[in-house]
Design a protein around this ligand. Structure first.
Ligand SMILES: NC(=O)c1ccc[n+]([C@@H]2O[C@H](COP(=O)([O-])OP(=O)(O)OC[C@H]3O[C@@H](n4cnc5c(N)ncnc54)[C@H](O)[C@@H]3O)[C@@H](O)[C@H]2O)c1
Length: 288
């Protein structure tokens, strides 16, 4: 259930990767709380993928869900790895909606399996450079007191989860980009603090989106099976958390994003907020 209290009333929120999955959920949850939305997605083909990216129709559907909540939404197709295209999209969104208060750098992909080495560079371009680009083109529009939220992953901190040669160069790039993103958020929070701009990361564990539900990822959990099904992987997915759950829902992540986006978190910065059912405390020795 999502209680609505106008926690983002009057704010404009930029969300990358907004066509589907968690990005769509963030757009709807923020709109429920009164925000207008700038939604950006690549809406097209990436060279190396394990699951399809969002489509133009997906992004349009996100816009419809936001406008049904009587909020405004500007959508743009852009690759977060392309800083020039991203700047054009963000500048236009801000011009149409008048301001920018919150940046949610969410776009990501996770190409796994036996792929050429440049799968590493592609995933880093989206998951790390894309976040840096998103912040860079947004910064000129941000007033003091703004909020930046970057979406990482707890998997990156779990030994053997994504730093596993079986996952191929895309999996290694995923791990590298999410771990480096955590460092980037920490340093950026210090740089932005004098302007009261907060910078935080949200790290989900496995989340119930297309990124999780595809054969390549199922096989990571059941390498002994050629074509594992959801039933085959459920026990392994569930033991990855301390709580007896196989994954979190996009809404669980959106509620964490909402807190960091709202003024309720006005003195919260440099935080690595895990939405993980206790995955990291369970699997990473000594993690606090
Ligand atoms: N699903 C999980 O299990 C999980 C777990 C931890 C972290 N995450 C992270 O959560 C974020 C959202 O993922 P999701 O689960 O919603 O996956 P998803 O595949 O459902 O959605 C990702 C969206 O990002 C878009 N995108 C991909 N590359 C892009 C690019 N270069 N430029 C612009 N848009 C691009 C896609 O088109 C898609 O709409 C990602 O950063 C992901 O790494 C996901």
């Amino acid at each position: 259930m999502s209680p609505t209290q106008g926690r983002l009333e009057g704010k404009v929120v930029l969300i990358t990767g907004a066509a589907k999955g968690q990005g769509r959920s963030h757009a709807v949850r923020c709109a429920e709380e009164g925000a207008d939305i700038i939604g950006i997605d690549i809406c097209g083909s990436l060279t190396h993928v394990s699951h399809p990216p969002g489509t133009r129709e997906d992004l349009e559907q996100t816009r419809e869900l936001v406008t049904m909540l009587a909020r405004r939404k500007v959508i743009h197709e852009a690759d977060v790895a392309d800083r020039s295209a991203l700047r054009v999209a963000v500048d236009d969104g801000v011009e149409q909606l008048g301001r920018l208060d919150v940046v949610v750098a969410n776009a990501g992909n996770y190409p796994m399996g036996s792929l050429p080495p440049d799968a590493f560079t592609q995933v880093v371009d989206t998951n790390l450079v894309g976040v840096i680009n998103t912040v860079a083109v947004s910064y000129p529009h941000l007033d003091d007191g703004a909020s930046v939220v970057a979406i990482g992953s707890t998997a990156s901190f779990v030994p053997g989860a994504v730093d596993n040669p079986r996952l191929g160069p895309g999996g290694l790039g995923y791990s590298f980009s999410k771990q480096t993103l955590a460092q980037y958020v920490r340093q950026l929070s210090l740089a932005m603090a004098p302007r009261m701009i907060r910078v935080n990361a949200v790290h989900p564990t496995a989340c119930d989106t297309d990124m999780l539900h595809h054969p390549d990822l199922y096989q990571v959990f059941r390498p002994d099976l050629e074509h594992p099904t959801l039933d085959d992987v459920l026990p392994a997915l569930t033991t990855s958390q301390a709580m007896p759950i196989p994954w979190v829902e996009p809404l669980d992540v959106s509620n964490a994003v909402l807190f960091l986006a709202s003024d309720e978190s006005r003195y919260v910065t440099g935080v690595q907020l895990r939405v993980d059912g206790g995955s990291v405390p369970k699997l990473v020795p000594g993690a606090l």
